[in-house]
Write a protein that binds this ligand. Structure first.
Ligand SMILES: Cc1cc2nc3c(=O)[nH]c(=O)nc-3n(C[C@H](O)[C@H](O)[C@H](O)COP(=O)(O)O)c2cc1C
Length: 180
């Protein structure tokens, strides 16, 4: 199976998550950071597409949204995985996830995951530092990448057909009711 992992990362945390995922996804896996490169081949050449990004002030990167919008018709025909890196947990993380990806892809996805994140203060610009200090009281590098959720996502993606939200923060199966 040919698998494309396509994502955006601002400070590198989603890159770490995408590479951890790559190691665990079965098949011929290509990883593409939309901040650094464009996809030169056709999405249709892949059997499966995993799309990821991170949340900054409530939203996923515009390039991830653009990729989804531009390829929606072909994505509808693929095995899909969706994941998010963010520092919020629980219900807010779930709402951010729901805002990040269109409902039809969420419903279609074989696996969806919220993988935690990192505050890499040492890499932030002045405004980002001010923001995370004011909102979260964070002044030093903090890492909460959820490797267990990444492993669970990979297991589900490799083997199952149903939609499971992989996060150890609040593990539950996404039901039809919750997705509507
Ligand atoms: C300026 C800024 C704003 C952020 N806003 C949010 C937010 O609204 N919600 C959230 O859950 N996490 C937020 N985060 C945390 C990021 O999602 C987290 O740092 C993530 O690991 C970033 O991944 P990346 O380095 O791949 O972009 C924010 C981080 C920064 C630096």
């Amino acid at each position: 199976m040919k698998v494309l992992i396509v994502y955006c990362s601002s400070h590198g945390t989603t890159t770490k998550a995408a590479l951890l995922l790559k190691k665990q996804i079965k098949g011929d896996v290509i990883v593409l950071n939309l901040n650094k490169a464009k996809l030169h081949s056709d999405v249709d050449l892949f059997d499966a597409v995993i799309i990821g990004g991170s949340i900054h002030t409530g939203s996923i990167q515009g390039r991830v949204k653009k990729f989804v919008k531009e390829n929606l018709s072909v994505l509808r025909t693929k095995r899909i995985g969706l994941f998010l890196c963010c520092m919020r947990e629980g219900q807010i993380a779930l709402e951010q996830f729901e805002n990040a990806f269109p409902i039809e892809l969420r419903k279609q996805a074989t696996a969806t995951g919220i993988f935690g994140g990192e505050f890499l203060v040492s890499q932030m610009n002045f405004f980002e530092k001010q923001l995370v200090k004011r909102v979260g009281g964070v002044t030093t590098d903090t890492s909460r990448i959820d490797e267990e959720a990444i492993g669970e996502f990979a297991d589900v993606f490799n083997t199952k057909q149903n939609v499971t939200l992989c996060t150890t923060q609040s593990p539950y199966l996404v039901t039809e009711e919750m997705r509507l």
